[in-house]
Write a protein that binds this ligand. Structure first.
Ligand SMILES: [Ca+2]
Length: 262
């Protein structure tokens, strides 16, 4: 089993490196500072922090600092298994925390050792937990991208993002500690909250939307951003958000030769 319980005093750089940012904004800077990324009482705390104000196009916006994303690309890539995160995930207007994956292949500048069996000419992405502007719910998303970075599936099936949702019913409940799981097998992709499977993409649906060959190894990514269209200022106006992660664990069956870990 691979995992990080976040019991160290600083980020374990044998497991995580900075990368895969969602991009800075005119009023949001990305940083590696302890102010926005620190280990606290056995947890990883990813924060957004208000730093001041700035006038952009004659409008005054708050300015914020957020952590750069961290990922396991150089240290841990996997195919199949069950990934679980226990965390307090921020919700609300313009909140944008995410726990997600990308495939090691199919992205222009993303190549790793040739011993990995590259089978596809596209990249895959699974957003295990993503909050975009929601007070009460998380979304999970499955994407398939081609080399140019554009979506390759048909228009209505470009993403399963609007279908796979879990609603907690209130912001207070949504922001409590919960476990978030993603199970990846040869024939299904399924999503869990607190052990309850709330959505499963089965083999028939994978065939229908063209992801039956969803096999290339993926790495994990964590970030806590503030939502806006790319290049536009975020209209978040609070004091900041906290994404507190107790652990991230990957469970695999080492006797199953189809499962890959490196
Ligand atoms: Ca912990």
């Amino acid at each position: 089993m691979w995992g990080d319980e976040f019991n160290t005093n600083s980020l374990d750089n044998t497991k995580w490196a900075f990368g895969n940012d969602m991009g800075a904004r005119p009023n949001l800077t990305l940083s590696e500072d302890e102010e926005v990324l620190k280990l606290v009482n056995g947890t990883l705390k990813l924060s957004t922090v208000k730093t001041g104000t700035k006038t952009i196009d004659n409008k005054i916006y708050n300015t914020y600092k957020a952590t750069k994303a961290i990922n396991t690309k150089g240290t841990m890539n996997f195919r199949y298994g069950y990934v679980e995160m226990r965390a307090k995930v921020p919700h609300g207007d313009k909140a944008w925390p995410a726990f997600w994956t990308k495939s090691t292949s199919g992205m222009p500048a993303d190549t790793i050792a040739s011993t990995v069996p590259y089978t596809n000419d596209y990249g895959t992405e699974v957003d295990i937990v993503e909050v975009i502007n929601s007070k009460t719910s998380i979304g999970s998303h499955i994407h398939k991208w081609n080399f140019a970075g554009t979506k390759r599936l048909g228009s209505s099936d470009e993403t399963l993002g609007n279908i796979i949702k879990y609603d907690f019913g209130s912001q207070a409940e949504a922001e409590e500690y919960h476990t978030y799981g993603f199970k990846w097998t040869e024939t299904s992709l399924s999503f869990y909250v607190d052990g309850y499977m709330f959505y499963e993409v089965n083999s028939a649906e994978m065939d229908r939307i063209g992801i039956s060959d969803f096999v290339d190894p993926m790495y994990l990514i964590l970030n806590n951003h503030l939502y806006s269209t790319s290049g536009k200022p975020t209209e978040y106006d609070g004091n900041g958000t906290s994404f507190i992660i107790d652990y991230v664990r990957l469970y695999q069956n080492t006797e199953d030769s189809s499962q890959l870990f490196k």
